[in-house]
Design a protein around this ligand. Structure first.
Ligand code: NDP
Ligand code: 2IT
Length: 452
């Protein structure tokens, strides 16, 4: 066992983490990004250092993995691996999404659960942190296959979750359809109608605005950041990656607020529409992706524009970049190109889309950088409000929830600003502010519990 590494350099701290989680590179990346801000902040705060709070947070409360067997439509048996990483319940029950994607492994879920701890803390709501999912690939699977997979997955997961214990939700590959199948199976097993999942359908206990909340929240946060620096969204050009839940709702809200959205993407490539995407064009993409489950390349057959196969949208001229697809979408070369092309703001819709050196390039160049744990927290915040509605057994109106979302995003912005460092010309370092503000609440709760 290494000495108390909270008192040492980032390198020493990371060697402690790497020793205990060999090969988990996404997890190391997420921890290193947080530790590079939190370690200097706790340097003269012995209460956190002596209790080794940051190190304890790098060891999940528990990480479960389980076998998931299911039959495809041809009667062939498949075996996938299911996971739930319960990172900390210091400030509330474990809370975080489920991801179904072939890239899912323990490292990816530990990074996502680690990020979730600080994000959930920033919302101001009593939400602990977890993440789960499977290496199951839902692409090109029939509804019946998705249903059988979800039923088999929940047949094990149900024993580890509960409305006051752990409340999963959606993420990549898990949307309204999957949440329906998962909740249906939970109900069959437990014979209980409770708020054990969020992102539920409106007919069976879901919250208005949950599906929109992450993307809308990214745009609300961006507006707060722009306003704080004397700027406005109206008339700015936005490049967005992804064409799933987060990307399409971010695009919709950005257009509503007067911005011009010129790109969307999927894992095949990106489309550039120099005229900008209207609400009608975005509605067409939503139908393409949710009803027909088609490819973004079809956009240019329907509308004007260019399709760039195998590329991401970071070579275009834009004022704002909003990565909304997956982790590590923007490397340092992309960052340098975006800066050259006039990008002034990066707002992360996806989790950890920007590499550590790319973040530093943005900050050094004076680009305003909104980290995921702050900018995309609207989704889990609305999940928290879904839990409150389920506990009260009532539903709040669209207007009430829209107002709650806007004010939560403003509060998150202001929490970041309160703890952030600033450049000489007054630009806020939101990465630092989000990491420290997110850490402080979880750490203070952990200190109250003693050593556990
Ligand atoms: P969806 O499954 O709805 O959409 C994901 C999008 O990203 C699709 O367009 C998909 O393309 C693309 N994508 C996924 N993996 C890759 C990859 N390896 N390379 C290129 N493109 C890829 O997921 P969400 O919109 O819900 O999630 C997007 C991001 O936002 C994730 O990082 C998620 O963790 C984060 N997030 C989601 C929240 C939510 O409430 N849903 C809340 C907060 C964050 P294709 O279809 O071709 O795979
Ligand atoms: O990354 C995330 O914040 C989510 N996928 C949403 C989690 C949730 O519990 O709503």
């Amino acid at each position: 066992m290494l000495d108390n590494t909270s008192t040492k350099s980032l390198e020493d701290f990371m060697s402690f983490v790497q020793l205990r989680s060999a090969g988990q590179k996404e997890f190391h990346q997420a921890v290193s990004e947080v530790a590079s801000d939190v370690l200097p902040w706790i340097r003269n705060k012995s209460e956190y250092r002596d209790a080794r709070v940051l190190e304890r947070l790098t060891e999940p409360d528990r990480a479960l993995s389980f076998r998931v067997c299911w039959y495809d439509d041809d009667g062939e048996l498949h075996i996938n691996r299911g996971y739930r990483v319960q990172l900390t319940n210091a400030i509330g029950p474990y809370k975080g999404g489920l991801r179904f994607h072939p890239s899912v492994n323990e490292s990816v879920l530990k990074f996502l659960a680690f990020e979730q701890a600080f994000k959930n803390s920033l919302t101001g709501l009593p939400l602990g942190s977890a993440k789960g999912g499977s290496d199951f690939d839902p692409k090109n699977r029939s509804n019946a296959e998705i249903m059988r997979f979800c039923q088999s997955f929940m047949s094990e997961l149900y024993r580890h979750i509960g409305p006051d214990t752990d409340i999963p939700a959606g993420d990549i590959g898990v949307g309204a359809r999957e949440i329906g199948y998962l909740y249906g199976q939970y109900k069959r097993i437990r014979n209980e109608c409770v708020g054990v999942l969020t992102g539920k359908g409106l007919e069976y206990g879901g919250s208005a605005l949950r599906s929109e909340a992450t993307g809308y929240g990214v745009v609300h946060f961006t507006q707060c950041l722009l306003k704080h620096h004397g700027l406005a969204l109206d008339g700015l050009t936005v490049a967005i990656s992804g064409s799933g839940n987060v990307a399409l709702h971010a695009a919709e809200k950005a257009v509503e607020m007067g911005a011009k959205v010129i790109t969307l993407s999927d894992s095949g490539g990106y489309v550039l529409d120099p005229d900008g995407m209207s609400p009608e064009k975005l509605a067409w993409v939503t139908a393409l992706k949710t009803d027909r489950r088609g490819r973004i390349s079809e956009y240019v057959e329907e509308f004007n524009g260019e399709y760039h196969a195998g590329q991401s949208p970071w070579r275009v001229n834009c004022d704002i970049a909003m990565p909304c697809a997956t982790q590590n979408e923007i490397d340092n070369d992309d960052a340098i190109q975006l800066i050259k092309n006039g990008c002034r703001v990066v707002a992360e819709g996806s989790n950890m889309p920007t590499g550590k050196d790319a973040i530093q390039s943005f900050i050094d160049a004076g680009v305003l950088f909104a980290p995921a744990k702050a900018a995309n927290a609207g989704g889990v915040a609305m999940s928290g409000l879904e839990m409150s509605q389920n506990a009260q057994k009532r539903s709040w109106s669209d207007d009430e929830l829209a107002q709650c979302l806007e004010s939560i995003m403003l509060e998150i912005h202001d929490r970041c600003v309160e703890y952030a460092t600033r450049t000489e010309d007054g630009r806020v370092n939101y990465r630092y502010g989000a990491n420290v503000a997110g850490f402080k609440k979880v750490a203070d709760a952990m200190l109250s519990f003693g050593v556990c």
